[in-house]
Design a protein around this ligand. Structure first.
Ligand code: AMP
Length: 419
């Protein structure tokens, strides 16, 4: 497989698909530039070789050209981080891009306008009436698939090499994340450094596992985590099911959960998971106590109680101290750790304690030699909030992409390069 390190970019133009989908405030200031800084090493390698880079990305979910989602807002920050004056093409294809790409010299970088300003990037028709007849919808879908190929081909025509460094978008079969790769020979397409690191981190928890392996899955709903739980049951030794999911499991086994979040239509699924785990010898670790509140608010009155004895009118918004101890013990005895999802409503300062204790236990296990992977927007926000990002093995830039990879799905952005 071709790699950025092996490839000599001297005199070549490289199209680098990055994920610069960064959060912006109302004045278009970047509030977190992790996704930009994460792709800088790849871009620098190409420029240092004497190549030039054409940077392609999406920002947000525009349904056409939208000022709010223009990548021009991030041009200066990319220039600062890259250390060169990055040029900007105000359309990702078309005359401005054609001229600027043609004039691009070794050592120069050109940022293209938001790829998603074209419906072709995602390959989904836009502007169809909700009640459009089925034949019209089918014809529009067929037409966009055809023009999507043309769009991918056009983008590909700008470059000699294709580099995909957009792990955050790797679960999408879009023009620039997957289709474009078809127009390059195997020797001219490759992952960037970030993508390589992300894929290696996922492989470490899915293939090259050192046991004991503990996965900590939190978050609000069982329904959104079922596939990951199912896939992990054949791999983990311990599965800590936490966060809002706790209460669906607790109710399923007969506990009293008061007003806690619960998916009543998933009680049966919860029981099946417990049964399957027992058959496979996986230890499911559930909370034994909870920090409860008399309303869903940071300022609510709080108390602690057994997780299956929550009074009516109260709801569990975080784990309690006994549970923290149990989780920490399990985590500290692990050699591989995956964390996705907080233990409670960490957005409320008064309910962050459990998530902080999990983050600290993971940091300690990592110091003792365990491999730890943190992924999914909320857990990454937690680990950053607690200042522990540097004390774990890997913090993924992918939310949906990471989860799909862990579910065992093949990511189109990965498959396009690495068959
Ligand atoms: P998810 O998007 O499914 O990963 O869930 C993350 C969300 O779950 C966060 O916004 C948390 O606030 C929320 N959450 C975690 N624990 C609880 C809980 N006990 N009750 C309600 N929401 C929760």
């Amino acid at each position: 497989m071709q790699t950025v390190d092996k490839y000599n970019f001297k005199g070549k133009k490289a199209f680098v698909r990055v994920d610069f989908n960064v959060p912006l405030d109302e004045s278009f200031n970047i509030t977190n530039d992790l996704r930009i800084s994460a792709a800088i090493p790849t871009l620098k390698k190409i420029l240092n070789d004497g190549g030039s880079v054409i940077i392609g990305s999406h920002l947000g979910r525009p349904k056409g050209v939208t000022e709010k989602y223009s990548l021009k807002h991030i041009q200066n920050r990319v220039s600062e981080l890259l250390g060169v004056n990055v040029l900007f093409a105000n359309d990702c294809i078309g005359e401005d891009a054609d001229l600027k790409v043609a004039a691009l010299k070794p050592g120069e970088a050109l940022l293209l306008e938001n790829l998603r300003f074209y419906a072709e990037e995602e390959g989904k028709p836009r502007g169809l009436a909700e009640d459009a007849p089925a034949e019209e919808v089918a014809a529009a879908k067929k037409a966009i698939k055809q023009s999507q190929k043309e769009f991918a081909k056009k983008l590909a025509s700008y470059a000699d090499a294709y580099v995909n460094d957009a792990f955050g978008t790797a679960h999408r079969a879009h023009a620039s994340t997957a289709l474009m790769a078809e127009y390059f020979a195997a020797a001219d397409k490759m992952f960037g450094y970030l993508m390589t690191a992300e894929v290696a981190a996922v492989e470490k928890v899915l293939k090259n596992i050192e046991h004991p392996f503990t996965a900590i899955l939190g978050g609000s709903k069982v329904s959104s985590k079922i596939d990951i739980i199912q896939n992990l049951l054949s791999k983990v030794d311990n599965l800590i099911i936490t966060g809002g999911m706790t209460y669906t499991f607790t109710k399923a086994v007969g506990g009293k959960i008061g007003n806690s979040i619960c998916e009543d239509d998933k009680l049966e699924v919860a029981l099946q998971i417990l049964e399957k785990a027992a058959e496979q010898g996986v230890r499911i670790v559930l909370a034994v106590d909870a920090k409860i509140a008399d309303s869903f608010s940071n300022d609510a009155n709080t108390s602690f109680c057994k997780v299956d004895e929550i009074p009516d009118g109260w709801e569990g918004l975080d784990i309690g101290p006994e549970t923290e101890k149990i989780y920490a013990e399990v985590i500290q005895q692990s050699r591989t750790i995956l964390w996705n999802g907080p233990t409670g409503v960490f957005e409320f300062e008064n309910f962050t304690h459990g998530s902080r204790s999990v983050a600290e236990a993971i940091a300690e296990a990592t110091r003792n030699g365990a491999f730890s992977l943190i992924g999914g927007g909320d857990s990454v926000a937690c680990i950053e909030k607690f200042g522990l990002s540097k004390q774990v093995s890997y913090v993924s830039t992918g939310g949906g992409a990471l989860l799909e990879a862990i579910e065992g799905k093949t990511l189109p952005g990965v498959a396009a390069i690495y068959q």
